[in-house]
Ligand binder design. Sequence first.
Ligand code: APR
Length: 243
Amino acid sequence: MNRVTKPEPNARIVILTGAGISQESGLETFRDPDGIWAKVRIEDVATPEAFLRDPERVHAFYNMRRKRALTLNLEPNAAHKALANLEARWDAEVLVVTQNVDSFHERAGTTNLIHMHGRHAEARCNYCSHVVPWVGDMSVHDVCEGCGRPGGLRPNVVWFGEMPLEMERIQEALAMCDLFVSIGTSGNVYPAAGFVALVRKLGRGHTVELNLEPSTGASLFAESHYGRATEIVPRYVAALLGA
Ligand code: APR
């Protein structure tokens, strides 16, 4: 690994993660050649309009992905665990902001976590906004336990055209951070793709990219390390912790 710039021990760290960090746990990414968007059209399954038009199809897509992510024997990998270890051992705040809707970060032990694109493990009611934990399949016949109406439950994930969650808290953390690390994301989807530019504009944090290959915004990062997440993330975290 190239030289790692070590922040001060009291540095506040924000880490953005994307599908690449979960790839070696057995989940497909979106934009790699064998990724999800090479097989299914975004406008058929991942927009509010798609759900209005054909809720069964959208449910089938998310039921398949939820089953894979939550009920098969897939486990958090060394990269998720390294980030949990960093949070446990770093003196100042470490915030993980993930675009992933799987549960690997929390299962690895990360507690200071924002799921900006929602979670597979939850359903939300379109009528009353009630959110409930969800593990199995979801259908148009399910009844919301908040308002008692059928037909309104949807995956609690952020679709294209919708506003990601907790943006205010994320922007505050980006403005205050001393180190911003982007892991396993191709840099194609905003607002997450714009975080590195925001950190640079606000002029505080050192910026680092850890990815299999240079992302779309690679030139904006001050430091970068390329390779598989299970190799480079533990090495990078060990360097930060001085191990
Ligand atoms: N280790 C590290 N990086 C990897 C690995 C790996 N083992 N495998 C793939 N990658 C990298 C790819 O090179 C790519 O740059 O991870 C990135 C994955 O990019 P995308 O598939 O575009 O996923 P992501 O950036 O998370 O997508 C953002 O798009 O469709 C939406 O809502 C969805 O949250 C998702 C958002």
